[in-house]
Ligand binder design. Sequence first.
Ligand SMILES: [Zn+2]
Length: 200
Amino acid sequence: MPTICQNERFCALRGIVVSLQNMPDNHTPAQRHNNMAAIHSASTTPERKLRHALWRQGFRYRVNDKRLPGRPDIVLPKYRTVIFVHGCFWHGHKDCKYYTAPKTNTEFWMAKVARNQERDQEVWRKLEAKGWVVVIVWECQLKKANLENTINRVAGEIVRNGEAYRAIQEERKKAREEYRRERRERKEREQALLKEVKSL
Ligand SMILES: [Zn+2]
């Protein structure tokens, strides 16, 4: 019998627990789930911190959406906003103390960071072309001392993006209505004309 976590439909541990199926132990699936959940929540990544804070403020999102360029960490469709949480070193956070050149193999690492930055810009360009607003959150901004400020800033940006997005939608809706009205009026004029011609 494979040990599969069936506690929750969306349990993030499903894959992990499945891979443990061959481990010789006496745990029931439920115990295994609880153990893994404890380990899981102990490793709070900066991204998860941000996600949970946003969730508590009522924002709803998708995570690592494969359908979008660059697979953004957090996607908020209602606000047409995507968020990337970037490691300061790997993505080259300018003027950040966590972005320092390694003492060995310096050129190799710096070239790697430069490639990441190029890729990032390409991804932002693609997303923006699709009408998404890209918000970058650096890992250093999610450290304890900065966390609250960062969350407030990000939440503010999300709300503003949402308002702008709704305004654009409203505008498009108006334009569509206008177009339909014009078409209807033209049709009416044509029919009236046709009637006149026929009655001659
Ligand atoms: Zn940084």
